[in-house]
Design a protein around this ligand. Structure first.
Ligand SMILES: *Cc1c(COP(=O)(O)O)cnc(C)c1O
Length: 397
């Protein structure tokens, strides 16, 4: 697939922008990268400076060059008015929700949302008087029927976690504009490189930097970018909570950012190759990859996204037992079994969304697995999965 990865906001190509964004070489003796600033205290020279807060930086929680490099780079990359950071992706989801909501509000959440986000709504937000209604992620303009007088916010996650439904984002943000609602989208899968969430009308955009931005499974980080309307409120919420990430994690995220486009291109190529191969295996019933027509919302992906990444799911044919699955997974050699994704290593994880969905009925019969394709040699990755499928069927052969 050839595609010019031009950022629609600027004349420079995406690789050039990723190489240049957030750098402050002039203030760091010419060194290419912004150094790792650790610290709580920032010293003022005079009483007058202190009283008038006349300093570029004033205290650790109020920012440092390391954090600012990442924030400014992410805002530019996302086409946002501003970005605030969090110590994890889930922290960024929390920050975005606390920015948008107040006590007594009603919130709309897709049934396909990242599971810990669901827990946050049911526990913490409920305790603060926010009521959540789950909706079928395939609803677009039809979501209007669920809007109540006290609805303030529509949350989106596209594609959905584990099940990869791609949402009709423009239809939902049009509805939100018409009813003066705030929209938040979890854009972790696509990143701003493959889905321009603010340009599609989203107010707040969440990215788990833990995944592709980091790219190496060695940090936890979250980012929330805001458009002009929401930026003052996001900044205020962030400053009140002061739940910022450590400087070293921001430094590593900036390092990851420099190669994000190259890693995503590889993830896309390998992801598609593995998805198409899996779709042709006799043990596999359905592949849920946004770039394949078998994925719900594929037409929206085709219309709105400029690429796909290396995480997707597949559903096995009916009749396999937990023991069959254990035989398959326990002996994988390349694929590790673990949460998260976006790193250099291949991962596989089973899931069962029948246990928590409330707005939709999951009709698939077979066991479900999510894979993340890593940077190992593709032949090894594919052979490991094929051997796994052989073990799955072994007893029945
Ligand atoms: C992983 C993930 C998160 C949470 O990120 P953490 O850094 O692990 O807290 C949020 N949303 C989505 C879609 C994710 O995949």
């Amino acid at each position: 697939m050839t595609r010019t990865m031009k950022d629609s906001a600027g004349a420079l190509g995406i690789g050039t922008r990723l190489a240049q964004l957030g750098r402050m070489s002039d203030t760091h003796y010419g060194f290419v990268n912004t150094p790792l600033y650790r610290g709580s205290t920032v010293l003022f020279k005079t009483l007058d400076d202190l009283e008038h807060e006349r300093a570029r930086y004033s205290y650790g929680t109020a920012g440092s060059p390391t954090l600012e490099s990442l924030e400014s780079a992410w805002s530019a990359l996302s086409g946002a008015a501003g970005t605030s950071l969090a110590a994890s992706g889930l922290g960024a989801v929390t920050l975005a929700l606390l920015t948008a909501l107040k006590s007594g509000d009603h919130l709309l959440m897709p049934d396909s949302v990242y599971l810990p986000t669901r827990a946050l709504c049911g526990k913490l937000l409920a305790r603060f008087g926010v009521e959540t209604t789950y909706y079928d992620p395939m609803l677009g303009a039809g979501l209007a029927a669920l809007v109540r007088p006290n609805t303030s916010t529509i949350f989106l996650e596209s594609p959905g976690s584990q099940t990869f439904e791609v949402q009709d984002v423009p239809a939902i943000t049009a509805l939100a504009r018409e009813r003066a609602l705030t929209t938040i989208i979890d854009n972790t899968w696509a990143t701003p490189l493959y889905f321009r969430a603010h340009e599609h009308g989203c107010d707040l955009v969440v990215e788990a930097g833990t995944k592709y931005l980091s790219g190496h499974s060695d940090i936890l980080l979250g980012l929330v970018s805001a458009n002009e309307r929401l930026w003052p409120r996001l900044k205020e919420t962030y400053r009140s909570m002061a739940m910022l990430p450590g400087a070293e994690d921001c430094y590593l995220a900036l390092r990851g950012m420099r190669t994000l486009h190259i890693r995503l291109q590889e993830a896309e190529r390998r992801g598609l190759q593995l998805a198409e191969w899996l779709a042709a295996q006799p043990e596999v019933a359905t592949v849920l990859h946004p770039a394949l027509p078998s994925c719900p919302g594929h037409a929206f992906w085709k219309r709105d996204f400029t690429g796909s990444t290396g995480v997707f799911s597949f559903i096995l044919g009916p009749g396999f037992s937990r023991e069959d699955l254990a035989r398959m997974l326990d002996a994988m050699r390349i694929f590790g079994m673990g949460y998260s994704w976006g790193g250099f290593e291949s991962l596989i994880i089973p899931f069962d969304c029948r246990t928590y969905r409330t707005a939709t009925v999951w009709r698939a019969q077979g066991l479900c697995l999510r894979v993340q394709v890593g940077l190992e040699d593709f032949e090894d990755v594919q052979a490991d999965l094929r051997a796994g499928l052989d073990r799955l069927t072994g007893r029945r052969a």
